[in-house]
Design a protein around this ligand. Structure first.
Ligand code: ATP
Length: 196
């Protein structure tokens, strides 16, 4: 069994790349964004800490008010670090537990995580894929998908790490500035490399 981490900036194509791996049999995907959301929704201690730091508005009807939190953290680096320090350690532990659930039936586990580096999740994977899209393309795609403000997406994009600063450096880099056909081809090349 191999575990690969798929990461990259907002709108770069992490989910699209991860889904392409499902074309290969015995492949499973773990979406760390969803894992983090379920941790926040179910963990009372974490909810209390978030409310202490970000106020009562940070939750609405028991669920994290994501757009409110996003507006705060992606305009203020210190706030982003505070949120990270609340959630990331728990995410690391949960992912570790989650990975242990898979049996030898599974050949490949794809861990999709925007915070692969920030939450040190790279320590739990065998190989790292970085999905790269230019600012313009990523912002256009993400804003179309979420109907969200371009300005907010640009802020998030610029707050995230750049490829040249990553340690450890990714094993594979996917260029997602073109079409889905090219993306599929790049995924196939990586898959055959992983099989070696
Ligand atoms: P986020 O960080 O916001 O979760 P992401 O990195 O997972 O985003 P995706 O959701 O995979 O990115 O892609 C963003 C949008 O762009 C989606 O609507 C997706 O369908 C579209 N998209 C991704 N890659 C391509 C491509 N090569 N050609 C056309 N559309 C694409």
């Amino acid at each position: 069994m191999k575990i690969i981490g798929v990461t990259g900036k907002i709108g770069s194509g992490k989910t699209t790349v991860s889904d392409l791996f499902l074309n290969f049999s015995h492949t499973e995907i773990i979406n760390c964004d969803r894992l983090a959301s379920s941790i926040i929704d179910s963990n009372y201690k974490i909810q209390q800490k978030i409310k202490e730091k970000f106020g009562l508005k940070s939750f609405f009807e028991g669920k994290l008010n994501r757009s409110y939190i996003r507006d705060i953290v992606f305009n203020d680096k210190e706030k982003l670090q505070e949120l990270n320090s609340i959630v990331h350690a728990e995410l690391f532990n949960e992912l570790k537990k989650e990975l242990k659930k898979y049996t030898s039936d599974t050949k490949l586990i794809v861990v999709e995580a925007a915070v692969l580096y920030e939450a040190k999740l790279f320590k739990l994977v065998d190989k790292i894929i970085w999905v790269s899209s230019s600012l313009e393309i990523a912002v256009n795609r993400a804003s179309k998908r979420d109907h969200s403000k371009k300005e907010q997406i640009i802020n998030i994009y610029n707050s995230q790490s750049y490829l040249e600063n990553l340690k450890p450096y990714p094993d594979f880099i996917i260029n997602n500035d073109t079409d889905l056909k090219s993306l599929k081809k790049q995924v196939e090349i990586i898959y055959s490399d992983l099989e070696k």
